[in-house]
Ligand binder design. Structure first.
Ligand SMILES: NC(=O)c1ccc[n+]([C@@H]2O[C@H](COP(=O)([O-])OP(=O)(O)OC[C@H]3O[C@@H](n4cnc5c(N)ncnc54)[C@H](OP(=O)(O)O)[C@@H]3O)[C@@H](O)[C@H]2O)c1
Length: 226
């Protein structure tokens, strides 16, 4: 149970699958989780179905994973909830959709970070202990009324990541809000580059030092401060 082991929460065909392949190719065991179970999955991956619209499912997913393979040393949170509203009517999103998105973007992230840190206490010091959240520019871009639930979520997520660095950094635990940008600092749009994420996440996992937690990075270039 002391192998290098990555858990990807919200593992879909893009970032999740490429991150999974990159880490698997470098000797990590891989567990994936999503509503569908992380499809398409390799037979070698442990797959757990969970819907993070209900934050209580996070503990169940971790329990299932822990009972099979022990605690993951690297955890990626890639799921996001985004119901779109109207730019000229910020509160057009029904309350239940707002609550659902905030569960996926914030409460389940909180639950996953809590489970992760508790699990790390059981792992040997030799294993990397790294938590990476897939973010975007919305934590620093100011409010976009049509993207309110995503913006509130990413802003809160950045706060959780920064809080975790301040709280647990002295334990050697590392946390990142990863935000891929174009070379000129603009957002990459609706389709992040999965290979660039896989490369960046692997470097973050393998570096024993905490890099800037607000990890803005550019494809083929790496960390870039904007
Ligand atoms: N840097 C940027 O500017 C930028 C741009 C675009 C996106 N992003 C971020 O990139 C991430 C996703 O990118 P991606 O391309 O990897 O998307 P993706 O391939 O769609 O993967 C995300 C997966 O999350 C799972 N998921 C969604 N809601 C879930 C829920 N309630 N519970 C459990 N799993 C859930 C989905 O699988 P199931 O359907 O099976 O649940 C989905 O396949 C998001 O965090 C997004 O905000 C960043």
């Amino acid at each position: 149970m002391n192998d290098k082991f990555i858990l990807i929460l919200g593992a879909g065909p893009n970032v999740g699958q490429h991150v999974a392949k990159k880490f698997a190719a470098n000797g990590y065991k891989v567990a994936v989780s999503s509503r569908s179970g992380g499809s398409p999955v390799s037979e070698d991956y442990l797959s757990v179905k969970a819907d993070f619209a209900d934050p209580t499912t996070v503990a169940s997913a971790f329990k299932q994973i822990r009972e099979t393979w022990g605690d993951p040393s690297v955890v990626v949170y890639n799921a996001a909830g985004a119901h779109f509203g109207h730019a000229d009517d910020a509160f057009s999103i029904p309350l239940e959709k707002f609550r659902e998105d905030l569960s996926v973007n914030v409460s389940s992230l909180y639950a996953a970070m809590q489970e992760t840190v508790n699990g790390w206490k059981n792992l040997p010091t030799t294993l990397p202990k790294v938590f990476i959240f897939t973010g975007n520019l919305l934590n620093v871009a100011g409010a976009r009324p049509a993207l309110l639930t995503l913006g509130v979520g990413k802003t809160a997520a950045a706060h959780l990541i920064e809080g975790a660095v301040k709280s647990y950094g002295s334990h050697g635990y590392r946390f990142y809000y990863a935000d891929e940008r174009n070379p000129n600092g603009t957002p990459v749009g609706t389709s992040p580059d999965a290979k660039a994420h896989a490369e960046a996440y692997f470097q973050l996992a393998e570096d024993p030092e905490q890099r800037p937690w607000d990890y803005t990075f550019v494809k083929f270039k790496g960390f870039t401060k904007f």
